[in-house]
Design a protein around this ligand. Sequence first.
Ligand code: ATP
Ligand code: MG
Length: 215
Amino acid sequence: GIARAERQGRYRLGVMGGTFDPIHHGHLVAASEVASKFALDEVVFVPTGVPWQKRNRQVSLAEDRYLMTVIATASNPRFSVSRVDIDRPGDTYTVDTLKDLRAERGAQTDLFFITGADALRQILTWRGADELFNLAHFVGVTRPGVPLTQSDLAHLPEGGVTLLEVPALAISSTTCRERVRAQHPIWYLVPDGIVQYIAKRGLYPAAETGVPDDS
Ligand code: ATP
Ligand code: MG
C-alpha cells in the first residue's frame, strides 16, 4: 500500500458511476480491485439520474436503483453511495458528478473515476470531456467482450487514464434484467439481497402476453 507520508494527508476517493439497474458483481469486483490497486480510502457508488445514453429504454426508478446500490455495498466499510446524481435535476453528466463530489469532499480529496472499457471508449463524446481529466484520474477497467488496448487511449491526455485488468466477470445489468424477465435465476450474478429486492419490488416483469397485434 501507499505509505501515509506519501499520501501527504490527501484522501483518495474512488468514484463508480453507473445506472446500476441492477448493481451486480461485475461492478463490485471492479470497485474492489481498483480500491486495492490504487490504495483508495473509499469508493463512492453514484447511481445516475436520467441516463441520457439510455433514453431509448425504460430505466427503473432512481430510488430503486439507489436502494439496490445501498444494499449491495452495505457490508463493505470502504464502500458508500452518493445521491448527487439522482438529486440533481435533469440529465446526468460525469463532469457535474465530479464537481459536486469535489465541492462536497473538499480540496484535500483526490478523485479516481472508475469506468469499464465500454464506457471509457465513449469518453471523448461526453460533455466537458476536456475538463474531466482535470477533475479526476481515470481508471479504465477491463470488461469481457470489450477489447481495450493502450492504443485506444492514444487520443486521451497523457497520464490521465490508467488501464487496469480486473478479474473477468461476464455479467451485465442487461443480462440480469433479461434473465429476470425470462424467469431464469440471477443468484450469484448479483448479491443475495439484490435477488430478494428485485423479487419483493417486482422489478423487470415479464413482457405482457396480450393478444397479438395481427390477430
Ligand atoms: P447495462 O447493461 O444496463 O448497460 P452495465 O452492466 O453496463 O448495465 P452500468 O451501470 O451501465 O452496468 O455500468 C456502470 C459501470 O460499470 C460502467 O463503467 C461499466 O463499464 C462498468 N461495468 C459494468 N459491468 C462490468 C463488468 N462486468 N466488468 C467491468 N466493468 C463493468
Ligand atoms: Mg452499461
